[in-house]
Design a protein around this ligand. Structure first.
Ligand SMILES: [Zn+2]
Ligand SMILES: [Zn+2]
Length: 211
């Protein structure tokens, strides 16, 4: 039985018998590739028309996308490769004040989800916004780098702790903010560290990291 390395969203499950040959294997691979066409088409529409923040270089096996919705606001969607037209598992990232509004819309507009529409069109419909596109918005305008280390990705971590002061709205990595607050000897109560935003001094808090 041969071993195959493939770039597919799922494991390549193939049948192999003593009579099988490469041609037989290729036919099965072709069928598998065919079954993901709708999934890839829907993701390609997103990759071509939106600011995809993650993965930086999507492959055929990537089933998630983090898409910028505005300055320091993004949506993380886990797409079902078998049913890409269904509502994906979504997580909104950004300042609670901005995210709360979108979360509300998502709940209220859920009935507008139409399986005959593309994933992107559906997301825009239920969130009631046009996703910023690379042709009209620069990445700097949507910057989501951490205010402490100035990076976006830190060992798989996105800067999702956000200063609640509206004019600031600076995002931080949980790890960076925790280390910062600890270094300026902030107040800790149970599992939360309280302190001030390193940029604007507005009160900010972060869950204490364990392990
Ligand atoms: Zn950081
Ligand atoms: Zn701030």
């Amino acid at each position: 039985m041969p071993t195959c390395s493939v770039d597919l969203p799922e494991e390549f499950d193939f049948h192999w018998s003593r009579q099988s040959g490469l041609k037989h294997l290729y036919k099965q691979f072709e069928a598998a590739v065919g079954s993901y066409q709708q999934f890839w088409n829907m993701l390609r529409e997103i990759d071509d028309n939106c600011w995809v923040l993650e993965p930086e270089h999507p492959t055929f096996s990537s089933t998630h996308r983090r898409i910028a919705l505005g300055p320091n606001i993004s949506i993380h969607a886990m797409v079902n490769c078998r049913q890409p037209n269904m509502l994906p598992e979504c997580r909104l990232l950004g300042a609670e004040s901005a995210v709360a509004d979108l979360r509300e819309k998502l709940n209220v507009n859920l009935h507008r989800w139409d399986v005959d529409r593309s994933l992107l069109k559906n997301l825009e419909e239920v969130l009631d916004i046009d996703f910023p596109s690379p042709t009209s918005t620069s990445k700097e305008e949507l910057s989501v780098s951490c205010g402490i280390c100035y990076c976006t990705l830190l060992v798989e971590e996105v800067p999702d702790v956000v200063c609640e002061e509206k004019r600031c709205g600076q995002p931080f990595h949980r790890t960076c903010l925790y280390e910062w607050l600890r270094s300026v000897s902030s107040r800790q109560s149970f599992n939360t560290m309280f302190g001030e935003c390193p940029l604007c001094s507005h009160p900010i808090r972060v869950k204490v990291l364990t392990g």
